[in-house]
Design a protein around this ligand. Sequence first.
Ligand SMILES: *[C@@H]1O[C@H](CO)[C@@H](O)[C@H](O)[C@H]1NC(C)=O
Ligand SMILES: *[C@@H]1O[C@H](CO)[C@@H](O)[C@H](O)[C@H]1NC(C)=O
Ligand SMILES: *[C@@H]1O[C@H](CO)[C@@H](O)[C@H](O)[C@H]1NC(C)=O
Ligand SMILES: *[C@@H]1O[C@H](CO)[C@@H](O)[C@H](O)[C@H]1NC(C)=O
Ligand SMILES: *[C@@H]1O[C@H](CO)[C@@H](O)[C@H](O)[C@H]1NC(C)=O
Ligand SMILES: [Cu+2]
Length: 385
Amino acid sequence: MRLYITCVIIAILAALVTTSPTPRLPDEVDVLANDALANLIGYERSHRDLNQTCTLRNAAIRREWGSLSLIERKKYTDAMLCLMSKPPKLASKDAPGIRNRFDDFVSVHIRQTPTIHATGNFLTWHRYYTWAFEQALRNECGYDGYQPYWAWNKYAHDPINSPLFDGSEYSLSGNGEYVPHNATPIAPITNVPPGRGGGCVTTGPFKNMSVNLGPVGPTLKIPGLKPQPGNELDYNPRCLRRDISSYVSMRWTKTSDVTGLIKNYTDIGPFQDTMQGNLTSGDIGVHGGGHYTIGGDPGGDFYVSPSEPAFYVHHAMIDRVFWIWQNRDPETRRHTVAGTITMFNDPQSRNTTLDDIVDLGGLVEPYRLGDLLDTTGGPFCYTYA
Ligand SMILES: *[C@@H]1O[C@H](CO)[C@@H](O)[C@H](O)[C@H]1NC(C)=O
Ligand SMILES: *[C@@H]1O[C@H](CO)[C@@H](O)[C@H](O)[C@H]1NC(C)=O
Ligand SMILES: *[C@@H]1O[C@H](CO)[C@@H](O)[C@H](O)[C@H]1NC(C)=O
Ligand SMILES: *[C@@H]1O[C@H](CO)[C@@H](O)[C@H](O)[C@H]1NC(C)=O
Ligand SMILES: *[C@@H]1O[C@H](CO)[C@@H](O)[C@H](O)[C@H]1NC(C)=O
Ligand SMILES: [Cu+2]
């Protein structure tokens, strides 16, 4: 009997420490990621630079959420809760509503939204931002892992029961409680049918979290959820709401949506435009697809979305898709930029250049855009599995 119990305990511990309880076979996106890494290895060999401090040998490897052990998942969410418990570092005169270090990141995204989406810096800005968040988790909260990513396509058929959103203590918390609500308008001619959530999240690590800033651009149709009056950076504490939608994930984040995006475009302009969709024609792309799979508040709020804890695993996947695309042709695709410096070029503005500075509003040092195109150079030293 005692032996039996010991065996059971060992088996449970082994499951926690080693592999995921739901091992998954590589899909077509994973195959493209392997090809990208092979190209990168070839590129590094032919461009050997003895001064290079980051090499593929010492680069961090960002991994898929479902491939992390349960303990690794918990370490990640614990580190996020830690950031939420630390005092802010940014000046409160710039964002009076910030109450913790996690909010610092949210406030910068709110303030910069019109100059970092549907612009030339979209991909590099969000790459640098996600990296800065990963650094804060590691340097300020003792996290010893790296930023995981949400492979949307693996769970597109059933995101609510995915290891990301199943509501267990090893998830990023579950769906919101059901409250009756109307469809969510996410583009001029695109409405998401109401899902089974809409209310406060009551399960998992973030069930007690306070969303402190916004709403600025709320889309969830529940009574009382309006853009906050006054300064959009004022304090307005409320619960985290979600309305997880397989309607969205099945339309915009399937494996074929991701592989099509990676394979169909050779120029950065059409690639980044397709990723963000064409709202006029009702298409939200994989970028909008991930955001509106979560929905709710602030997940469905264009400005305040980084206050949704799953923002960072989503944007790590955006960055992984960019990384895969770039390393299909590293020679050219790590030295190219397109687009202007205003959202949808409205008002009309100049083109973005490689010498433009990507400024994260005091979260980290401003950096030259052209030096943020290689994840094993500039401030970065990581790749993706
Ligand atoms: C390597 O660094 C040294 C000292 O900083 C510099 O003189 C040299 O030009 C660098 N070599 C390359 C290939 O960048
Ligand atoms: C949420 O708050 C309650 C009451 O303060 C506390 O008992 C509980 O442990 C908290 N749960 C989490 C996941 O932080
Ligand atoms: C990629 O091209 C295929 C074949 O033409 C098409 O069916 C698919 O919709 C395209 N996907 C994207 C994201 O452009
Ligand atoms: C977006 O879709 C609209 C309507 O289908 C179309 O007129 C427009 O040309 C498209 N824009 C781009 C940039 O493809
Ligand atoms: C901006 O870039 C577009 C597309 O590459 C190009 O057609 C246009 O001439 C550029 N505009 C300026 C002012 O350089
Ligand atoms: Cu953003």
